[in-house]
Design a protein around this ligand. Structure first.
Ligand SMILES: [Cu+2]
Length: 114
């Protein structure tokens, strides 16, 4: 029990960090996204409508609550095992902004399809 309480504290601490400001990265094809204690990097992507886009997530730290990635608009949720690449294919058929985040809804990140 004590261990679980301690783990929760670590998770809350990790989540309260503000993600570093980053510019939008123009993307297409396969793009690597790193999940660490500061969130997802890059955390903002833009892609041309109709261009193929696959995000390959890799979690590189245990000091993060980003142990899963959630795409609320796409109803996709994937677990992110430590140091394992997890690919998510992104539909780019419509111009819209898709968000992705950790399982707790923090580390808000986005893909702008334009
Ligand atoms: Cu979180």
């Amino acid at each position: 029990m004590k261990r679980i309480a301690l783990l929760s504290l670590v998770l809350v601490a990790a989540c309260s960090k503000k993600p570093a400001p980053e510019g939008s990265v123009a993307a297409s094809g396969k793009v690597s996204i790193v999940a660490d204690g500061d969130g997802f990097h890059p955390s903002s992507l833009s892609v041309k409508k109709g261009a193929p886009l696959t995000l390959e997530f890799k979690r590189t730290s245990d000091q993060t609550c980003a142990t899963a990635v959630v795409f609320p608009d796409l109803k996709i949720e994937k677990n992110l095992p430590l140091n394992e690449a997890v690919a998510v294919e992104i539909p780019t058929d419509a111009a819209r902004t898709l968000t992705f985040q950790c399982g707790m809804g923090m580390y808000q990140s986005k893909i702008v399809v334009q």
